[in-house]
Every structure is written in C-alpha cells, then in structure tokens.
Design a protein around this ligand. Structure first.
Ligand code: SAM
Length: 285
C-alpha cells in the first residue's frame, strides 16, 4: 500500500471509501512524512518493541510503526475506519486492530496477554478531546509502559512541561512530571493535517520514571491535594483545600500542615513544587 503520509494517497483512500470525517472523534489525519518520521524517531522504536497506537485513523502512522516495531496494537473507535484499516494495513502481519474505545480497554490486561508481559511504547496522534483522560489512564492505571510519544494540542504540551509559578502550571503538569520526564520533540503546524485543526499541535515524549522523583506515603492523597489546589486556583492553598469536597481534613489540620511546610500561610497552590505537595501530603497523613 502506498505511503499515506503523502497527501495524494490519503485523498485517494478517503475518496475510495467516501469517508466523512467525524468531528466528535477528533479526526485530523497526518499528511506530512517529515512529521511521521520525526515521531517514529523520537519514540525510538526498534524491532524488539511492542507498540500501542491510539486512534490509527486510516493507518498512516500505523504503517510507519509496523515497519519499525516488532508488533503494533492499534485501537480505533470509528466503525467506518475498520474496513479502511483492513485495506491499508493488509501488507503487514505484525498489526492487530482493535475496534474499541480506548477509555474502555483494560490496557494492563492487553499488555499482559499480547506483549509477552514486556512494557510497551505508546505512540499516537491523539484525539484532542480526550488527551488528559488518556494520559492519566495510562499513568495512574499503572499500564506497563516505557514511554508515551504523542501529538497533542500545543497548549497541552506546554502545560505538561510547565514549572511552578507559571500560568501553564497545573494539575496536569504535576501528574505528568510525577510519572515521567517530558521532552518537547517538535511543534507541528495545522497544514500537516487533513482536515486542518484550528489549534497548533506539538509532539511530546513522556519517558516514564522508573521511580517517581518524590516519595510520598499516599499517592491518592497527593493527587487529591493537587486537584483541590488547582480547582480554586485563585484562592490561597489553605482556603482551596478547606473548601474542597475531596479533602476531609479540618481547617485547623490544614493550617498546621501548611505552616509546617514553611512557605507562608497565604501561599497559593500554583507556587508549590511537586516536592512540596508530597511533603504536604505526608504532613497531613
Ligand atoms: N493516527 C491517525 C493519523 O495520525 O492520521 C489519526 C489521528 S486522529 C487525530 C485521532 C484518531 O483517534 C481518529 O482516528 C479517531 O477516530 C480516533 N479516536 C477518537 N476517539 C477515540 C477513542 N475513544 N478510542 C479510540 N480511538 C479514538
């Protein structure tokens, strides 16, 4: 099958199947061979690797992944793309297409069953409407993986890498950095996709930490504190935590812990580092 990274070949497939893009599934197909090469390179795929691709579309990146990897599992939700993928991927015997919603797949089970128990590499041009649940599901769900190399909205890539005190810093930054080391691979303009998205995009690689950079007694409490602090971003940390339905400590307990943190009682959550959030969780525990 011809290289679908070439726009002419993509158009031919879309016409052959009279495919209509489904907006609700965040469909923006890649039509730039340089970007595709860059993604495969950044993901460091070798013939030893099992790869999970989320949302293969018409199979453009899947073809590149099949060439580079030992095996590829591609999970696609759209009924209309399944017959197309059978056609565009027919030359490859190392790909399995699963017709499912990625948010409903038990990925840990999938990896155990199909990947000899080896950790996978995740590679995707993500559907932007579910970027955060996908990333958090992969990390918090403890799916055995070594890295996640994905196309996301440019602003989301910025949030993933942001540090304390910046406007982009938030719950996503802290969660991503707790589990992984983010690295911005490339910014990608709208004309590399069909149809063109309204927003800029970026490829980001998240390399999973073998061990989180901070130790904390209760990881669930850590994330509850982080979420509560950023839900009411403009409030002080003490008020944000006291008002949160997710946090069950009294205002006195919270005041005591924040005081012990030594950052001042009027500090806002957005000024705290991951280490400080971990320390706060341990103080409250
Ligand atoms: N990988 C293709 C490419 O780069 O050309 C398509 C990427 S497109 C941005 C996102 C893909 O994810 C679409 O094929 C869409 O149908 C699929 N998708 C959307 N929601 C999904 C879900 N919940 N589970 C699995 N696939 C989904």
């Amino acid at each position: 099958m011809a290289d679908l990274g070439n726009p002419k070949n993509t158009i031919a497939v879309l016409q052959k199947y009279q495919f209509n893009f489904a907006k609700k599934f965040g469909q923006n197909f890649l039509i730039d061979t340089h970007v595709l090469d860059k993604i495969i390179q950044a993901a460091e795929i070798t013939k030893e690797d099992y790869v999970l691709e989320i949302g293969p579309g018409i199979g453009t990146m899947t073809q590149y992944l099949c060439e580079a990897a030992k095996a590829v599992i591609a999970v696609e939700i759209d009924d209309n793309l399944i017959p197309i993928l059978q056609d565009t991927l027919q030359a490859y015997d190392n790909v399995t297409v699963l017709h499912q919603d990625i948010l409903k797949v038990d990925l840990t089970e999938l990896v155990r069953e199909r990947c000899e128990g080896k950790p996978i590499k995740v590679v995707a041009n993500l559907p932007y409407y579910i970027t955060t649940p996908i990333i958090m599901g992969l990390f918090e769900g403890q799916v055995p993986l070594t890295s996640v190399t994905v196309m996301v909205q440019k602003e989301v890539a910025q949030r993933m890498q942001a540090g304390p005190g910046t406007k982009d810093y938030g719950a996503l930054s802290l969660a991503v950095q707790y589990f992984s080391q983010p690295y911005l691979v490339a910014n990608v303009p709208p004309n590399c996709f069909m149809p063109r998205p309204k927003v800029g995009s970026a490829v980001i690689r998240l390399t999973r930490h073998e061990k989180p950079p901070v130790e904390v007694k209760d990881q669930r409490l850590l994330f509850a504190l982080i979420r509560a602090s950023f839900n009411q971003r403009r409030k002080t940390l003490v008020n944000g935590l006291s008002n949160s339905p997710e946090i069950s400590f009294s205002k006195e307990e919270i005041l005591k812990a924040v005081e012990a943190l030594g950052a001042g009682l009027t500090v806002r959550g957005e000024a705290l580092t991951l280490e400080q959030f971990a320390r706060l969780a341990d103080l409250l525990k």
